[in-house]
Ligand binder design. Structure first.
Ligand SMILES: C[S@@+](CC[C@H](N)C(=O)[O-])C[C@H]1O[C@@H](n2cnc3c(N)ncnc32)[C@H](O)[C@@H]1O
Length: 276
């Protein structure tokens, strides 16, 4: 499978979903526009961990339709957003204009981010919630993050937990069964699934995806190998979408938790790291 192939396949999937996501009540775009103090649920969840971002030069990698990017801008960071989906960026730019925010959205591949955005110019790299699984190599991603940051700059990452991505879903019983790789593999997991992770009536045509898992140790090691020091790593029993169909309940703030013994499984994590 050549590199171009996975990018082309995945981009078609995202291009089609971006407008439906922007129109979905779950992304709450209208709430963000109507209330100039509102934050996305994802950024609000991590506010206690985020620290002061005001005045920071920040970049949001894989920014999608820009709801988290706008939230960081509202907290005072001077934000850029990067994504390879032109339709996603069109939604992000419209949101920024409607919200009166000055955000620079750049179209491109994550692995090309340093060429597109410059080396060492950022105080903050923010990313996550369904971002890393689209990338075949976590070591190359960590190098991009480190190269974007100035010394002393920091990474803030909230992601679905790699154990979550190993599960056999959906199931008709309430068991948690591991079927998919935990560690990074050369070959992608190839899925052909309609639908998406937010409420929408849109019927999609481009449903094939190529994704990769990356173990928590692989992610931490990749960052350590690229001059990053880990300053925080917290595993959570909730995740900001219904990740295990039929087995999760809303717990407020857009988060979902396993109904039965949520202490069995970390389903997301927040990682913080600083470039030395
Ligand atoms: C699940 S979304 C990120 C979600 C984001 N946390 C949010 O909810 O707004 C994943 C994003 O990654 C982007 N993406 C996937 N692979 C990419 C790549 N190789 N380079 C740049 N963007 C990519 C997709 O276009 C999509 O917008």
């Amino acid at each position: 499978m050549g590199e171009q192939d996975y990018r082309t396949v995945n981009r078609a999937n995202w291009d089609e979903r971006a407008p439906a996501h922007a129109a979905s009540p779950d992304y709450a775009v209208d709430r963000l526009v109507a209330d100039p103090t509102a934050l996305s649920d994802v950024v609000a969840f991590d506010l206690p961990r985020l620290g002061d971002v005001s005045g920071l030069r920040g970049v949001h990698l894989q920014c999608h339709i820009g709801t988290d990017t706008l939230s960081l801008s509202r907290l005072g960071a001077r934000m850029s957003g990067l994504d390879f989906s032109a339709p996603a960026l069109a939604q992000a730019r419209t949101l920024a204009v409607r919200a009166g925010a000055d955000i620079d959205f750049v179209e491109g591949e994550v692995y090309d981010a340093v060429d597109l955005l410059g080396r060492g110019g950022f105080d903050l790299v923010f990313t996550g919630v369904g971002a890393l699984c689209w990338l075949p190599r976590i070591d190359l991603w960590a190098a991009v993050v480190a190269d974007l940051l100035r010394p002393g700059g920091r990474l803030f990452l909230r992601e679905g937990h790699p154990m979550l991505w190993t599960l056999d879903v959906p199931r008709t019983d309430d068991l948690l069964i591991v079927t998919d790789p935990y560690f990074e593999t050369l070959a992608p997991a190839v899925y052909d699934e309609g639908g998406t992770y937010v409420a929408t009536d849109t019927v999609f045509e481009h449903n094939v995806t190529h994704t990769w898992n990356h173990g928590l140790g692989e992610i931490v090691t990749a960052l350590l190998d690229n001059s990053m020091v880990i300053t925080g790593l917290e595993e959570h029993d909730s995740v900001p979408w219904v990740a295990v169909d039929g087995q999760m309940e809303p717990v407020g703030g857009g988060e979902y938790r396993l109904v039965d013994r949520p202490e069995r499984l970390p389903v997301s994590y927040t990682l913080r790291a600083v470039k030395t």
